[in-house]
Design a protein around this ligand. Structure first.
Ligand SMILES: Cc1cc2nc3c(=O)[nH]c(=O)nc-3n(C[C@H](O)[C@H](O)[C@H](O)COP(=O)(O)OP(=O)(O)OC[C@H]3O[C@@H](n4cnc5c(N)ncnc54)[C@H](O)[C@@H]3O)c2cc1C
Length: 379
């Protein structure tokens, strides 16, 4: 079986990895630019299963199991050092209690922590302005370059052909099947086509009359010089400040700060918003006063490929027999990627995803109106 995967981000590569593990031999992955040049190498590299929908909680929980297996077998930097969702308001603790009950009912052991435990976990945090926190011990962060490079090298070694600078402009269909994908470099034929091109998926599928409701919304992470450890948790989220400012520290010491600063979709990635820097740094330096004295080295932009219900679009694209999609991760596609690989590979090989909740995430849901809500879009 000849498979063409469009998009060499973390989703496309994990799909190839799982197909190769299932003995599907001839896999080609094309990318409009270079592998990882989309959101896959522009993110803040954190993971959690403390979401607000059963679909996300179940899939992310499975994904974390896979990440831990990957850590042990590939020897890459994946750290399960927890997420801390900070409450500045007392009433937020009640919201967190309900959220924690929901997580616990799916086996995710989040819990409420008080100021004393918070101070122990985050000694540099100004706990005078907080009331407590939701703590997720199963969440964490990873060394993105290390993980992505290892994934890329493994997929290549297992036999996939990875071709950069090959933008797919349209698909060609005949008799209810996709026959080929067309790029300025020529025509690519295959038995199965998998579109894993984030926001680029929209235009590709438009070429065969399929509407994909994805909008890329820019994000603006800031990175500092390297410092000794200030942020101990994998990610700390300032939940009561609009746009949920959040902060993590990489294993080499740089601190990454980000926040949703409300941008228009489709704005090009070279249109910097320097006002974002102040909006991101201000609330986080209230939380960590030491941040006032540290140096920002640069800032970058990347897209969250958002769907209307903030869940990915997975699975077969009807009415075409041999076409699949995995896109629209709405800011959570790195942590989800091992399960994206499993789910799509199962669909291609066995005709079903192998994990029931994935069936709620097909493109069909936008026609039937069965949307699945996620309220905690952070990272
Ligand atoms: C600032 C920021 C922080 C984030 N933080 C986190 C986080 O902490 N944890 C987490 O899990 N997720 C996070 N994310 C989200 C995560 O990065 C993405 O969900 C994930 O990388 C999606 O991977 P992907 O492979 O689906 O898409 P991408 O990495 O965007 O890959 C899609 C690829 O398709 C290619 N392409 C597009 N159009 C075409 C075409 N026509 N033909 C051929 N190729 C095409 C692109 O060049 C690109 O390489 C963050 C994202 C951003 C921007």
């Amino acid at each position: 079986m000849k498979v063409l995967i469009i998009g060499a981000g973390v989703s496309g590569l994990f799909i190839a990895y799982e197909l190769l593990k299932r003995g599907v031999g001839e896999i080609t992955i094309v990318d409009a630019k270079t592998p990882g040049s989309g959101a896959s190498l522009r993110n803040v590299a954190c993971f959690r299963s403390s979401f607000t929908s059963p679909e996300h909680v179940i899939l992310m929980k499975e994904s974390i199991k896979k990440w831990l297996e990957i850590r042990d077998s590939w020897g890459v930097g994946i750290h399960q050092n927890g997420y801390i969702w900070v409450a500045r308001k007392n009433e937020t603790i009640d919201v967190f209690k309900k959220l924690s009950q929901f997580h616990n009912s799916y086996g995710v052991p989040t819990r409420i922590i008080g100021k004393d435990e918070l101070k122990e976990k985050e000694p540099y945090m100004n706990i005078d302005i907080v009331e407590g926190a939701l703590y997720d011990p199963t969440a964490g962060k990873m060394n993105l370059m290390e993980v992505f490079t290892e994934l890329y090298l493994r997929v290549k070694k297992m036999g996939a052909k990875i071709i950069p600078y090959t933008p797919i402009e349209k698909l060609v269909v005949s008799g209810g099947r996709v026959k080929s994908a067309i790029s300025p470099r020529g025509q690519l034929d295959a038995d199965v086509f998998i579109v894993a091109a984030a926001e680029g998926s929209k235009k590709i599928l438009e070429s065969i009359g399929v509407d994909v409701p994805i909008e890329p919304v820019p994000r603006h992470p800031i990175v500092t010089e390297a410092y000794s450890e200030i942020i101990k948790a994998g990610l700390v989220i300032d939940w009561d400040t609009p746009g949920s400012p959040h902060i993590t520290q990489t294993s080499h010491g740089s601190i990454i700060l980000a926040r949703d600063v409300k941008d228009e979709p489709w704005i090009p990635l070279n249109s910097q918003r320097f006002d974002a820097i102040y909006k991101i740094v201000k609330p986080l330096s209230e939380l960590y006063p030491a941040l006032r004295y540290i140096n920002i080295t640069r800032y970058w932009m990347g897209y969250y490929d958002m769907t209307p219900d903030h869940h990915p679009i997975y699975g077969p694209v009807h009415p075409f027999e041999n076409l699949y999609i995995a896109a629209g991760f709405s800011g959570h596609g790195l942590m989800m990627a091992p399960m994206t690989g499993v789910v799509i590979a199962n669909w291609v090989v066995d005709g079903k995803p192998g994990i029931e909740v994935a069936e709620n995430l097909t493109l069909e849901r936008f026609k039937t109106g069965k949307l699945v809500k996620e309220l905690a879009v952070i990272g």
